[in-house]
Design a protein around this ligand. Structure first.
Ligand code: 5GP
Ligand code: ZN
Length: 112
């Protein structure tokens, strides 16, 4: 499958790892929008939020267990934002579910 994030998980495309476990892989965004901008992705290919089901939701649960650990390791004690873009209206560009973990400065209130 021609999925850039599956290739990153496999190590076929290099990335700067922030965290990894059996269920998820976290790496620094290539084009950071905030001082800290990490992408947290499931190790199983799930295309987007729309692809989450009872069969694979363990990946999402594990990602959200990992996020506070990653945030703490990155020094985001003052807060952070977690975002997932789903589909065209949200400008999802990579069709492998991912959560943007963003912080390192005060973020704007407006989210859309
Ligand atoms: P989306 O717009 O789909 O929510 O977010 C995709 C994100 O993936 C973007 O922030 C983009 O900068 C990041 N990205 C795309 N290709 C690569 C890559 O090859 N390596 C890394 N580290 N990030 C990528
Ligand atoms: Zn994938």
């Amino acid at each position: 499958m021609d999925c850039i994030f599956c290739k990153i998980i496999k190590g076929d495309i290099p990335s700067k790892v922030a965290y990894e476990d059996e269920y998820c892989y976290a790496f620094h965004d290539i084009n950071p929008q905030t001082p800290t901008h990490i992408l947290v992705v499931p190790k199983e290919h799930i295309p987007s939020c729309d692809g989450i089901s009872a069969e694979n939701s363990i990946y999402v649960a594990k990602i959200f267990e990992a996020i506070p650990k990653i945030a703490a390791a990155e020094g985001l004690a003052n807060g952070y934002r977690v975002i997932t873009n789903c589909g065209d209206d949200a400008c999802q560009t990579v069709k492998h579910l991912h959560f943007h973990l963003m912080g390192g400065r005060k973020l704007p209130e407006n989210m859309g």
